[in-house]
Design a protein around this ligand. Structure first.
Ligand code: HEM
Length: 261
């Protein structure tokens, strides 16, 4: 009954406004924070290929918990991807509340942003555009990883990127993620006043600088990493499907055979 009254007159029976929008905002910030920090970790892990194929292989096995499960289990990666996908969908659903519902609303927002000529207000448009693109691009990537978690590794990932044509999708996803992620984390700091200190104005200027540096850092790291996978995938194309064998295993195999001989 109280829901019915609130639905019609916009206030509860106690004449209070609903707290639900504030709770949803909080949830949107929390899911955004998890995803933003996850993406930094994810980029550092994926870029392990820049050190060596062996290192990327070791990281993959580590994430499959090979230290407790013999040979590792890709199911753990699928499970993580399912959890991330659930957070991703929740965050996107909550973000939809902020999108204009019709042209009139869009026009009002655009006029407001242009009139104020305020950089942070304009950032909202970047967030809306990159967020919308990620609905499609992020979902494709997550679904493929979820259902092919046993196909991650120096050659398997490179084959997917080059021979299975994932690189155009990754270029767009990388751009969307890096802009959306750093802008999102910056806006979180401003919204909740995390680092305000005694001079919030000075903090905002500092945070803006950090945001720019982080965007450039992760974009450069992302594109160099993507180029590395593309090169490996290109060279490996004639043997597509063959899995990477780490150097340690080749040395072990060779020495064992020598001992047998
Ligand atoms: C548990 C969840 C995830 C896992 C296990 C995962 C795993 C991977 C792996 C192994 C790659 C290397 C390429 C490949 O094998 O296809 C990759 C690349 C990439 N992933 Fe994810 N990913 C996850 C979530 C996400 C999310 C949520 C996003 C963003 C919405 C994302 C964006 C990207 C991008 C942009 C690349 C290309 C990066 C580059 O090459 O520089 N990933 N991911």
């Amino acid at each position: 009954m109280s829901d019915l009254i609130e639905g019609y007159i916009g206030v509860t029976v106690e004449r209070r406004k609903s707290r639900t929008p504030a709770k949803l905002d909080y949830l949107q910030s929390a899911t955004g924070l998890i995803l933003g920090l996850f993406m930094w970790g994810h980029m550092l892990l994926v870029s392990s290929i820049l050190i060596s194929k062996d290192f990327m292989y070791q990281i993959t096995k580590l994430l499959e918990a090979s230290f407790i499960i013999d040979g590792g289990s890709p199911l753990l990666v699928s499970a993580t991807a399912i959890v991330i996908f659930a957070i991703f969908i929740t965050h996107a659903a909550l973000g939809m509340r902020k999108l204009p519902a019709n042209f009139k609303q869009y026009q009002v927002m655009k006029a407001h942003a242009n009139h104020m000529d305020h950089e942070d207000t304009k950032l909202w448009f970047t967030q809306a555009f990159t967020g919308f693109s990620m609905f499609f691009l992020g979902s494709i990537h997550l679904f493929i990883i979820m259902t092919n978690s046993d196909q991650i590794g120096p050659y398997a990932s490179a084959d997917r990127i080059w021979s299975e044509w994932m690189w155009p999708l990754y270029i767009l996803l990388l751009l969307a993620v890096e802009f959306h992620g750093t802008i999102g984390l910056y806006r979180l700091c401003i919204k909740w006043g995390w680092f305000d200190g005694t001079d919030p104005r000075a903090t905002r200027i500092k945070l803006k600088k950090i945001k720019k540096i982080l965007t450039v850092f992760f974009l450069v790291l992302g594109f160099v990493t993507l180029a590395a996978y593309m090169k490996i995938g290109y060279d490996h194309a004639p043997n597509k499907g063959e899995r990477y064998v780490p150097s340690a295993q080749i040395i072990e195999y060779t020495t064992t055979n020598k001992r047998l001989a």
